[in-house]
Design a protein around this ligand. Structure first.
Ligand code: KIV
Length: 278
């Protein structure tokens, strides 16, 4: 039988996220994709880590999240679990791992839960198909985070990475999707690239917390892609993004120094070399 010492509880939990919303405490979320960064992010004290399928672009170099496979998500999910053993983890279900049928969604989400040890999964969309998948997962005991607004797996159907819900018909669709996902059992909903006033209205109308990205300051929490927040991806400059560091310049400086020192015979010096005497 496992004890709390062998298997410590994650810092976050669904009741805690609901309480945070009630108290007006912001829920802080970042993505992570590997062991070392997951450890750093856990130590920063965030409330939740998302193993986003954005890893397709920022880790694997795909042009969008569409090509990401379930195997790739599971592979990275396991690494993040090892780096962040105490944080509540959400793993993105990749494109076509939940859209075919609710049964397929349950089989794939079940694999994710068993093989990675994450606490929950996220899926995109708020239509009937997505809600049926959410219901099937929730009934099986799998916590689900929803994701509406700009849903990157549908980027081609949406005509690009653009703000959603600007006209009244689109705004009403988002309000409806948010309600439907809450009713289907989502414990939280990501609002991506949504006008701030609409995101505020949706957040106030729901019992479950909203997590915004490009959705203004009135969502119940915020998420950013880790490498964007750290300034590792300087070519990516959407309006909503604030860089909290400049890791791109730091990495370039370090790499220039390494290349120069090896070429000039400075590194390795005697202090980095072994002698025959211990
Ligand atoms: O894949 C991802 O990183 C995401 C967040 C941007 C919400 O879905």
């Amino acid at each position: 039988m496992s004890t709390e010492t062998e298997n410590p509880k994650p810092r976050g939990s669904i009741p805690r996220f609901l309480d945070m919303k009630k108290r007006g405490d912001k829920i802080v979320v970042l993505t992570a994709y590997d062991f070392l960064f997951a450890r750093l992010v856990e130590e920063s004290g965030v409330d939740l880590i998302l193993i986003g399928d954005s890893l397709g672009q920022v880790v694997l170099g795909y042009p969008s999240t569409v090509p990401v496979t379930l195997e790739e998500m599971i592979h990275h999910g396991k690494a993040v679990r090892r780096g962040a053993p105490h944080t509540f983890l959400v793993l993105d279900m990749p494109f076509l791992s939940y859209q075919v049928s609710a049964e397929d969604a349950l089989r794939n989400a079940g694999r994710v839960m068993k093989e990675t040890g994450v606490e929950s999964v996220k899926l995109e969309g708020g239509g009937q198909g997505a809600c049926r998948a959410v219901e099937a997962l929730v009934q099986a005991g799998i916590p689900v985070m929803g994701h509406i607004g700009l849903t990157p797996q549908s980027v081609h159907a949406l005509g690009g990475y653009r703000v959603q819900g600007r006209d009244e018909t689109a705004a009403e669709r988002l309000r409806h999707q948010a309600r439907a996902l809450e009713e289907a059992g989502c414990f939280s909903i990501v609002l991506e690239l949504v006008p701030a006033e609409l995101a505020r209205e949706i957040s106030l109308s729901l019992t479950v917390p909203t997590i915004g990205i490009g959705a203004g300051g009135d969502c119940d929490g915020q998420v950013l892609v880790l490498y964007d927040a750290l300034g590792l991806n300087p070519g990516f400059r959407p309006k909503f993004l604030k860089r909290f560091g400049d890791l791109d310049s730091d990495a370039r400086k370090a790499l220039d120094a390494y290349v120069r020192e090896v070429r000039e015979g400075i590194y390795p010096g005697p202090e980095h070399s072994f002698s025959r005497e211990p």
